[in-house]
Design a protein around this ligand. Structure first.
Ligand SMILES: [Zn+2]
Length: 374
């Protein structure tokens, strides 16, 4: 090593843009920097381990960085400094020109870089885009969601609506005194499949086969509470958005929102009634338990509802609700476990619920009486 060769340079402390003139000496353990002004400490020492890869632009100008952020910087003009550095500290990363850093990592490094880039793109595709779609779904105004759901219900009515029973069901739900912010519209649809589901925008569908097999208003209250919870958490819309994520996110990025509702309707029709995932089901149950507890409604009704559906399990036609609502035994147990302690009480009139429940069930009762008579 050329002993104690000294170079003139400029020093920056990394926090201010002000430079300080300095003299740099290359020592075995690092760079000794002595300031030639008297605007701060007289000197500083850069240990080699803390010196970062530099930019040897054309070797006429050298820039070195030191320490954690904000990094200190030293700039020196002239080829002599560059040559002295390389001679003094051979093999260190900061003596390599910037393009040499890449060649130092070689093809392997380049390959790894490509792998990382592809992995990032892949995770954007499977994770980030659905995540952004979910965020967008939650920002859609509920009124817009409700209109979208109404259009969908018109296009795919999921069966023939029973107007009278629908009115009774609406009466029942009105007396459950749910959150008016969450707009819902319930229909009873004639169907031999024991099913009920929450579509987009709070449009609830209850099949006659299921409502007819209920025996107590508390069971219907449990069913309504569960489906209502799906609406409150916007599970259908979020499922639809995730299913159409690529279109929605790209559309939002390029400002093409005009075709959005058309695409959503098309997608929703293709998907039919969306199956929720286990987390969404769990969330719906938890919300439903709290809702029933606040209204002092017997949660045993919910356990009985699950049992009604479970009994169907052995029959020839497995009800759709069962296939989309797994873990029935666990859910029955959860309904019978000590419930949540509500912070508020919503008073509901039990006899009003019973009144509408019996009206809703009247055609089924009449049918079975007629069958027994014949
Ligand atoms: Zn559900």
């Amino acid at each position: 090593m050329t002993a104690n060769q000294v170079f003139e340079g400029s020093y920056f402390d990394g926090r201010t843009a002000k430079s300080r003139p300095c003299l740099i000496t290359l020592k075995a353990e690092g760079l000794l920097i002595v300031f030639t002004d008297d605007l701060g400490p007289a000197d500083t020492f850069w240990h080699l381990e803390g010196v970062h890869p530099a930019e040897f632009n054309d070797a006429q100008y050298s820039k070195l960085q030191f320490g954690p952020y904000p990094r200190e910087v030293v700039e020196v003009s002239g080829r002599a400094f560059y040559d002295a550095l390389r001679a003094a500290y051979p093999g260190t990363s900061f003596t390599l020109p910037s393009h040499a850093v890449l060649s130092r990592f070689g093809w392997r490094g380049l390959f790894m870089g490509v792998v990382v880039a592809v992995a990032m793109l892949g995770s954007a595709y499977v994770w980030l885009i659905p995540f952004v779609a979910d965020q967008l779904a939650q920002q859609l105004p509920r009124t817009v969601e409700h209109q979208l759901g109404a259009q969908l219900a018109e296009r795919s009515p999921f069966g023939e609506t029973d107007a009278e029973r629908s009115a009774d069901l609406e009466g029942f739900i009105r007396h459950m005194r749910l959150d008016p912010e969450v707009v819902i519209k319930a229909r009873v649809v004639r169907s031999s499949m024991k099913n009920a589901f929450a579509s987009i925008g709070g449009h609830l569908f209850f099949h006659t086969a299921l409502t007819d097999s209920l025996t107590r208003p508390e069971q219907l209250a449990g069913l309504v509470a569960h489906e209502y919870a799906h609406v409150k958490h916007r599970h259908s819309l979020r499922g639809l958005y995730r299913a159409s994520a690529n279109y929605i996110v790209l559309g939002a990025l390029f400002g093409d929102a005009s075709g959005l509702s058309g695409v959503l309707l098309q997608q929703a029709e293709g998907l039919g009634s969306l199956a929720f995932n286990r987390d969404q089901e769990k969330q719906a149950d938890v919300t439903a338990h709290l809702l029933l507890a606040e209204r002092r409604l017997d949660r045993e009704g919910m356990a009985e509802l699950f049992e009604v559906l479970k009994r169907e399990h052995g029959s020839s036609s497995v009800p759709e609700w069962l296939s989309t609502h797994p873990d029935l035994d666990a859910r029955i147990a959860a309904a019978r476990a000590p419930g949540p302690r509500p912070e508020r009480v919503v008073s509901v009139k039990a006899d009003s619920l019973r009144y509408y429940f019996e009206r809703l069930r009247a055609p089924a009762v009449a049918d079975s009486a007629k069958a027994a008579h014949e």
